[in-house]
Design a protein around this ligand. Structure first.
Ligand SMILES: NC(=O)c1ccc[n+]([C@@H]2O[C@H](COP(=O)([O-])OP(=O)(O)OC[C@H]3O[C@@H](n4cnc5c(N)ncnc54)[C@H](O)[C@@H]3O)[C@@H](O)[C@H]2O)c1
Length: 428
C-alpha cells in the first residue's frame, strides 16, 4: 500500500514514520523544502524524534519526502496534517486545510481515501474540505472517493506515548468511508475507535482539549485563592490525587502554551455562534488562563520588593522557553508573555533553555528572533536579580539553580523538594 501524508510537522512526521515502520510506503509532502530535504537526508528537525528513526525508514525505501504533489495520483490514501491556528481576531484559520485541498484535488483518482487530521470545528471535513475537493476534482465524496476525519493525539516529549499505542478515533463521511479509514489506520495503529460521522470525530478532539483547558483554568483559579489563604495548591493537589476514583490531577502554571489547548477550544466557540449558542465554560477558562502571566509578574514584583528592588532595571532570567518540559516547541509559549510583560515594566530580560538555544523567527515574536539562551554556569545565573521558572525541563539542575540564584519564582513547583530557606523561593 502507498499513501501520502501532507504536512511534515509535529503530527505528520511521526505518523509517516509509524506507517513506514508498519510496512506501508509513505510519501511525506510539505511546502517547506527545508523539511523535505532534512527528511530525505535523514536529519530530524524535531528534538524528540531521533534522526536515526528517519534514516531507518528512508533507507528501508518505505519513506521519502517531496514538495511535488503529483505523486498523489499514485497513492491509495492522503492524510492531511497541516496547521489550524487562530487569526489575529482569534477566529479559526482553516486556510491551510483549504489550500491543501485545492492542491490535492486535481490529483485525486477514483477510489482514493482522503483523511483530515488537523484539529478543527465540526463540519470542516464534510462541508469545507469536501466542497474544495469535489470542485477541484470533479469527483463526489462518498461516491467516487472516500472522506474521513481522524484526530491526532500526539503527546510530544512523553517517551511512554507511542503513536501505535494511542487509540485512534475515526469518523467517515459514509459507512463505506469509515470502513476504508478503519482499514488504513489498522495497519499502523493498535486500536481504532470508529464513530458515526466526521463531525463526531471532530467534536471528540475538541472535547479532549476543552477538558484540559477548563481543568487547568480551575486549578489556576484555585492557586490564586489558596495562595491568598496561605495554602499551597500543589500540596492540595498531591493530597487530592490519592483519591482512587472521581479525581484526576491537573496542575497550575504561568499560562497556556502550545499549538492545541490555547487555540482549539475557540474553534468550537466560533462555530457555536452559527447555532446561536455560547460556550461560557470555554470563554471563562480562556479568561482565567490568559490572566496567569499577569498574576506571575505580580508575584515577581512582590519578590523583588522584599529585596528592595523595583522590577524596572532588575535583571530577570526566564528559565524554560518551550511551552512544556523536554521539548523544543515554543509555539504560544507563556514564557513570551512573561518576557513581554516584564520588559514593559522595565526589566532586563534573558532566558535559559537547553532545548531552544536561539529564538527562531516567527510571526508572533519576530522582535525576539536571534536572541540566544544564556550559558548555564554560576557566574551567569548569579548575575540575575531573579530567576523565573516558567518550564520545568528535566535536564536542568535545580540544585545548582538553588545554589547560584539570588531569588527564584517557581511556577512549576520544582523547587519544593530542595527545602530551601524561607524567602528564597516564591511559588507563583
Ligand atoms: N503538535 C501537537 O502536539 C498536536 C497534537 C494534536 C493535534 N495537532 C493538530 O495537528 C495539526 C498539525 O499540527 P502540527 O503541530 O503538526 O503543525 P506543524 O506546524 O508542526 O506542521 C504543519 C506542517 O504543515 C506544513 N504545511 C502548511 N501548509 C501546507 C500545505 N498547504 N501543503 C503542505 N504542507 C503544508 C508546514 O510547512 C508544516 O511543516 C494542527 O491542526 C494541530 O492543531 C497538533
Amino acid at each position: 500500500m502507498k499513501i501520502a501524508i501532507v504536512g511534515l510537522g509535529y503530527v505528520g512526521l511521526p505518523l509517516c514514520l509509524q506507517f513506514a515502520r508498519s510496512g506501508v510506503s509513505v510519501v511525506g509532502l510539505d511546502i517547506d523544502p527545508a523539511k523535505v530535504n532534512a527528511c530525505n537526508d535523514g536529519r530530524s528537525y524535531i528534538r524528540h524524534i531521533p534522526s536515526e528513526a528517519i534514516r531507518e525508514q528512508i533507507s528501508s525505501g518505505r519513506f521519502a519526502a517531496a514538495v511535488d504533489f503529483d505523486c498523489i495520483k499514485a497513492v491509495e490514501a492522503v492524510i492531511i496534517c497541516v496547521p489550524t491556528p487562530l487569526n489575529k481576531n482569534r477566529e479559526p484559520d482553516i486556510s491551510y486545510i483549504v489550500s491543501t485541498g485545492r492542491t490535492i484535488a486535481p490529483h485525486l483518482t477514483k477510489g482514493i481515501l482522503v483523511v483530515l487530521e488537523s484539529t478543527t470545528y465540526p463540519g470542516t471535513t464534510d462541508e469545507d474540505l469536501r466542497q474544495v475537493l469535489e470542485a477541484g476534482s470533479g469527483l463526489r465524496a462518498g461516491v467516487d472517493f472516500h472522506l474521513a476525519f481522524s484526530p491526532e493525539r500526539e503527546d510530544p516529549g512523553n517517551p511512554a506515548s507511542k503513536v501505535e499505542n494511542i487509540p485512534k478515533v475515526v469518523g467517515g463521511y459514509t459507512p463505506a468511508c469509515l470502513e476504508r479509514a478503519k482499514a488504513l489506520y489498522s495497519q499502523a495503529i493498535k486500536t481504532v475507535v470508529p464513530v458515526s460521522s466526521c463531525r463526531v470525530a471532530e467534536a471528540t478532539k475538541l472535547l479532549e482539549n476543552i477538558f484540559r483547558g477548563v481543568n487547568i483554568a480551575l486549578v489556576n483559579e484555585l492557586k490564586t485563592v489558596y495562595t491568598s489563604m496561605g495554602i499551597d495548591v500543589w500540596e492540595v493537589i498531591n493530597a487530592a490525587k490519592t483519591k482512587p476514583f472521581g479525581y484526576m490531577p491537573f496542575y497550575p502554571g504561568p499560562g497556556l502554551g502550545g499549538h492545541c489547548i490555547p487555540i482549539d477550544p475557540f474553534y468550537l466557540t466560533w462555530k457555536a455562534r452559527e447555532y446561536g449558542k455560547n460556550t461560557r465554560f470555554i470563554e471563562l477558562a480562556g479568561e482565567i488562563n490568559t490572566a496567569m502571566p499577569e498574576y506571575v509578574v505580580n508575584r515577581v514584583a512582590e519578590a523583588l520588593n522584599v529585596l528592595h528592588k523595583p522590577v524596572n532595571g532588575s535583571r530577570i532570567l526566564i528559565l524554560g522557553l518551550a511551552y512544556k518540559p523536554n521539548v523544543d516547541d515554543d509555539r504560544e509559549s507563556p514564557s513570551y508573555h512573561l518576557m513581554e510583560l516584564l520588559k514593559q515594566r522595565g526589566a532586563e530580560i534573558a532566558y535559559y533553555d537547553p532545548h531552544v538555544p536561539v529564538i527562531r523567527p516567527s510571526r508572533e515574536h519576530s522582535h525576539w528572533a536571534g536572541t540566544k539562551s544564556i550559558p548555564w554556569n554560576r557566574e551567569a545565573i548569579s548575575s540575575f536579580d531573579l530567576v523565573l521558572i516558567a518550564t520545568a525541563h528535566d535536564g536542568v539542575s535545580y540544585k545548582e539553580l538553588a545554589e547560584w540564584a539570588n531569588c527564584i519564582v517557581d511556577t512549576r513547583n520544582v523547587m519544593t523538594e530542595l527545602r530551601l530557606p524561607p524567602g528564597k523561593v516564591w511559588k507563583a
